[in-house]
Design a protein around this ligand. Structure first.
Ligand SMILES: O=c1ccn([C@@H]2O[C@H](COP(=O)(O)OP(=O)(O)O[C@H]3O[C@H](CO)[C@@H](O)[C@H](O)[C@H]3O)[C@@H](O)[C@H]2O)c(=O)[nH]1
Length: 474
């Protein structure tokens, strides 16, 4: 079989790079004629280090090219991490073009050499790296988009882009209409209050998301980190105006060998399903008054807990939270003493390892898609508390469409200046519900855990989908 090389271009955000590496590992494991080069960009203030990425794989059929981080001063006028991410990608476009072009030249000239170069089969481009699709078109290399969120959200992007471009509908008006909207990729009508603010905010929607969506239509296919059995409705909702969609998941961030971690050791000694994990993604944080409501709820519920608590970003941190030096600064007086032995408050939590431990019984989550997949993979139900990005829709899908989570909130939105506090009572109710050992939701999540694992097995739905994708690339 002809040997092929693929170029992977992940977006420089934590949740995206991990998934891309896992996808690369999956390709390599199954298809011995493939090699992969991952082009790694970095945000100027990003915590993802070169060593961190290199440590995930030692396979010599996966190569990394690390671009040096750019100077933060170049991005002073980017209002959010999202805009900065786009700007970083745009600034790398010329060098990526050069790399792809020289790779094609080397292949064309290699026919007579003793060291033949594999053909460049395709570019696999992260959902936010769409400027690279222009490069691929220009140089005539097939492109596949790698969508790191779910199929239902992808469907909503296509739906709203069609309304905007073909029916000239003002999406922000629609979102503000306070009605329910029938979006084909969701089984239930979507209340406008759970539509993410990116659809409302003209800058976000018109300048960023509608641009990505138009470019997706030019791709040869869209690879989605999901699986058929989870998102059957959404996956069947795509029409022939969208490129073929390949659900190949669930792909989780590569597992590192378990560290000798004090929290994990403590967790290991707790009774089965007795510990609640509270973790809000790579950029999750709350203002101090919301932290206090949360602390009151945790304490009143009486459950054991592990809580990832992070400090709101400073002005110049562009949305990245930092760590507290002393949690007493923000927690109610005496909280740490009263809960000592019963719970742990820390900054970065080894989330996947915590979810993997049988002592963990429930998960209060912002519903970032990686966290949702990890909850299902390890069979730990979520109580939903979305914060930003597309998370409100993910929470809605999990609670209403799929009955795989319970609700603390589905429409909390940190971008909304009038966002009310979620009260300790509401949080406590959600905690009790998610920790209920006999709930129907817990039983369904357990079943989905087995289904998720089967999807990746030989002849499972995602296994078959990846084969179809590689046939298409060949
Ligand atoms: O203390 C922490 C916090 C996070 N994680 C890990 O970091 C990842 C976080 O990913 P995710 O749950 O998807 O959250 P975000 O980092 O917020 O992800 C961004 O990217 C996702 C995928 O596109 C989107 O669904 C989200 O809305 C967007 O915020 C997961 O693997 C977690 O296990 C930890 O291990 N420890």
């Amino acid at each position: 079989m002809e040997k092929l090389e693929l170029f992977f271009i992940p977006s420089p955000l934590m949740g995206h790079v991990g998934q891309a590496i896992e996808l690369a590992r999956l390709f390599i494991k199954r298809f011995h004629h493939l090699t992969i080069t991952v082009l790694v960009m970095k945000l100027p203030n990003d915590p993802i280090g070169t060593d961190y990425i290199d440590s995930f794989t030692k396979d010599d059929r996966i190569k990394f090219i690390h671009f040096p981080p750019m100077d933060l001063d170049l991005f002073q006028d980017c209002p959010t991490v999202g805009f900065m991410n786009d700007a970083v990608i745009n600034r790398h476009k010329p060098i990526i073009r050069e790399l792809v072009a020289s790779r094609l030249t080397r292949f064309n000239e290699s026919g007579s050499s003793f060291d033949p170069v594999n053909r460049l089969g395709a570019l696999v481009v992260d959902m936010f790296c769409t400027p690279v699709i222009d490069v691929a078109k220009e140089l005539n290399v097939p492109t596949y988009v790698f969508f790191t969120s779910n199929a239902a959200f992808l469907g909503s992007m296509f739906y709203f882009q069609t309304l905007d471009d073909e029916l000239d509908q003002d999406i922000s008006e629609l979102v503000q209409s306070r009605t329910e909207i029938v979006v084909p990729s969701y089984a239930n009508p979507v209340p406008s209050r759970v539509l993410p603010s990116l659809f409302l905010d003209k800058d976000q929607w018109s300048k960023r998301f509608i641009g990505y969506t138009r470019k997706y239509r030019l791709a040869k296919g869209i690879i989605v980190n999901t699986f058929l059995e989870l998102e059957q409705h959404a996956l069947q909702s795509f029409d022939d105006k969208t490129p073929p969609v390949y659900p190949v998941g669930p792909l989780l961030k590569p597992e590192k060998p378990t560290r000798n971690d004090e929290v994990l050791q403590w967790l290991h000694d707790q009774p089965k399903s007795s510990v609640l994990l509270l973790c809000f993604g790579s950029r999750g944080w709350f203002e101090p008054d919301q932290v206090r409501e949360l602390a009151v709820a945790i304490e009143r519920s009486g459950y054991r807990f592990i809580w990832s608590l992070r400090r709101p970003p400073d002005e110049d941190q562009k949305g990245f939270p930092s760590e507290y030096v002393d949690y007493n600064e923000v927690l109610p007086g005496g909280f740490l003493d009263r809960t000592a032995g019963k719970g742990k408050v820390l900054g970065w939590v080894p989330q996947a390892e915590v979810l993997a431990d049988v002592a963990t019984g429930g998960f209060v989550s912002h519903c970032g898609w990686n966290s949702v997949l990890e909850s299902l993979w390890y069979g730990v139900p979520i109580a939903t508390w979305p914060i930003y990005a597309e998370q409100q829709l993910d929470a809605f899908q999990m609670v209403k469409d799929l009955s795989l989570a319970v609700e603390i909130s589905m429409d909390y939105n940190q971008m909304n200046k009038n966002q009310k506090l979620v009260s300790a009572e509401e949080i406590e109710r959600g905690i009790r519900e998610v920790m209920d050992s006999d709930s129907a939701v817990r039983a369904r999540v357990k079943k989905m855990k087995a289904t998720a694992r089967m999807a990746l097995e030989e002849d499972g739905s995602s296994f078959a989908s990846l084969s179809r994708l590689v046939d298409d690339i060949m």
